[in-house]
Design a protein around this ligand. Structure first.
Ligand SMILES: [Zn+2]
Length: 438
């Protein structure tokens, strides 16, 4: 069980990271009106999508939507035709109930201009795979792209969104970060571009909010005692405070959200600044405390470690630094013995794994592909950083990290140059050799 939590989080972490600077651009934006009825599992959506293309739009736009929705409308200037093919095979193994919704554009429209599309659809959503992280039940609603409840498709990259949601007043609704409820309508807004829209509902959701290290931390919880919620919020606040001290404080105002899902199937997942924990109980937060701190601390570390491209081997600069950051945190909270155990466990997983330098980050199809990716990013990289930190000293290592963040180091070459500048060519050559040979 313990391993399962880590694995599911790690796999989804692959999806959650991407280039950190996309928030400066004008993003594609969803404006969604939602009517949710958990009791009948019925969902009505009116979604206005503004596509802001950074390259010319193709002739055909491919979206997907849950097969139980009935499409009421697809409209917009420049739309020639559309088709929602419920008989088609699933669009992805991760989205078994998703069916293709294809939009064909007019030949004559300017493909570089923003395009507005209105989608209207509704349906009772009663089918999802047994291990789905997204469900619609009377007791718990968890909407996200696995269902998928919004027209999902990577047509113009990541997007921002706003939602106005109506629901039986007995229910509490939450999404990322904070929420507003006025005259019975829930308002949510996400201004950091991402690839998912998470919305949860239940009659017993509560929120604990706090500020820490310049961050706003929201914990939405469903079936925990307040004191457990408080101890998790404290842990996260301490982690963010320490990271801010170690790696720099120049990212004020960002939001970190934790959602406790009462699902017992489907696992955990992470998005930018969000983590959804499914296996959390009052008891487990005590008995598996270190594991939960690891999961929270790894995701929190991505506020700092998100500068390198996620789909190349250089992703080790994101993942291995995030993982090593949380090992430093574990040593601080649980002592040297706990840290040594994590190091020993990681050593056991890197045997017969090719070096990090140039490894195939995208090889998820070969049988050993995912194991190599996981071992390199989450075990070998942190082990090399452990060696580096032992060689130059912990304080110097943190100063190096601080400077990496400040100067936005996004490639291994610039990391090695910085290492050489601070610690000489011998240390650089030694570390470069480890990356190429270990
Ligand atoms: Zn990660």
């Amino acid at each position: 069980m313990k391993t399962k939590i880590v694995l599911s989080l790690i796999l989804l972490c692959f999806l959650s990271q991407n280039n950190a600077h996309s928030s400066d651009e004008v993003s594609t934006h969803f404006k969604i009106a939602l009517k949710l009825n958990p009791e009948s599992q019925h969902i009505y959506v009116n979604a206005n999508l503004r596509l802001n293309p950074d390259k010319p739009l193709p002739d055909t736009l491919n979206f997907s939507l849950h097969k139980q929705f009935t499409l009421l409308k697809v409209a917009g200037n420049g739309i020639h035709d559309f088709m929602f093919d419920k008989e088609a095979p699933p669009v992805s193994v991760f989205m078994r109930e998703a069916r293709p919704l294809t939009i064909i554009l007019d030949k004559n429209i300017n493909r570089n201009q923003p395009l507005d599309i209105v989608f209207e659809y509704e349906g009772a959503i009663t089918e999802w795979p047994e291990n789905s992280a997204n469900v619609v039940t009377e007791d718990w609603v968890e909407l996200g792209l696995y269902l998928p409840w919004f027209p999902s498709g990577f047509i113009c990259g990541y997007f921002t969104y706003e939602i106005e949601a109506e629901c039986d007043p007995a229910y509490q609704l939450r999404s990322y970060g904070s929420y507003i409820k006025t005259n019975g309508t829930w308002h949510f807004e996400r201004t950091i571009p991402d690839f998912d829209i998470i919305l949860v509902a239940s009659k017993s959701l509560k929120t604990m909010e706090r500020e820490s290290g310049g961050y706003r931390v929201f914990f939405h919880y469903e079936s925990l005692q307040d004191k457990t919620a408080e101890s998790l919020s404290n842990d996260l606040a301490n982690i963010l405070d320490d990271y801010a001290t170690w790696f720099g404080k120049d990212k004020k105002g960002e939001i970190f959200t934790v959602i406790q899902s009462p699902r017992d199937k489907g696992g955990d997942y992470a998005r930018k600044g969000l983590i959804v924990l499914s296996g959390l109980t009052d008891e487990k937060y005590i008995t598996q405390h270190e594991q939960f701190v690891r999961n929270l601390g790894h995701e929190a570390a991505h506020f700092w470690w998100n500068m390198a491209p996620a789909y190349s081997w250089e992703d080790w600069l994101n993942e291995s630094f995030a993982e090593y950051s949380v090992l430093l945190m574990i040593r601080k909270m649980f002592g040297a013995e706990a840290y040594d155990k994590w190091i020993a466990d990681k050593k056991a997983t890197v045997k017969n794994i090719p070096p990090i330098w140039g490894f195939d980050r995208n090889n998820t199809t070969a049988s050993e592909g995912p194991d190599i990716i996981e071992a390199n990013l989450y075990s070998k990289g942190p082990l090399l950083l452990h060696q580096l930190s032992s060689r130059i000293g912990d304080e110097a290592f943190k100063r190096l990290c601080h400077e990496m963040v400040r100067t936005c180091v996004s490639s291994t070459d610039s990391f090695l140059s910085l290492l050489e500048k601070n610690h000489g060519s011998e240390t650089r050559d030694w570390f470069e050799d480890l990356l190429k040979s270990y």
